[in-house]
Write a protein that binds this ligand. Sequence first.
Ligand SMILES: [Zn+2]
Ligand SMILES: [Zn+2]
Length: 208
Amino acid sequence: MNIIVKCVVVGAIETNCFVAADSETLEGVVIDPGEEAGKILRVIDENKIKVKYIILTHGHYDHIGAVEEIKIKTGAKLLAHKEDNIFMEHPELNGSSLFGDGTDKVSADKYIAGDDIIRAGKMELKVIHTPGHTPGGICLLTGKHLFSGDTLFYGSIGRTDFPHANHEEMLKSLEKLMKLDDDVRVYPGHGEMTTIGFERRKNPFIER
Ligand SMILES: [Zn+2]
Ligand SMILES: [Zn+2]
């Protein structure tokens, strides 16, 4: 089985939404549908993906804006970490009121926590709890693919100067990610793809 990974860049601050699926059954997930549901649904249709879950790496407005529409069109359930409810359910806290249209809010159908395994077809996604950017931030690992949300970027890391962010927690979360193999491909919430090996050697925010 191979994992299909499609990136859809959405919204004003160019969030990377990912559609990931098992190549045999075509069952899959949508990660961080931040905006532009139509664009995401087109990729789902073109690749004939059966979406089982929508998963949020965290609850900021730029990662949740298209959740409702994707849910209605696919019937998928929304999974997120409980500690990010504070953002998901409150437009005034998730940035929507400040930077967006003030209406972005969603509620999880089921909560996920660190070390949970999410299954879609033969694909298994392991939840890694990575607080720091937000308290309920997660990364998702399947095989050699890591969806890193706003925790780890190409040559950078997520901001920790927002309310409820915590820089100490962020450093501990990055340590967790640095336990992964060099050849793990990293798909961040914004910007270019990278690898754990590259970030281990070049990222100025990683302690070594
Ligand atoms: Zn964020
Ligand atoms: Zn973001």
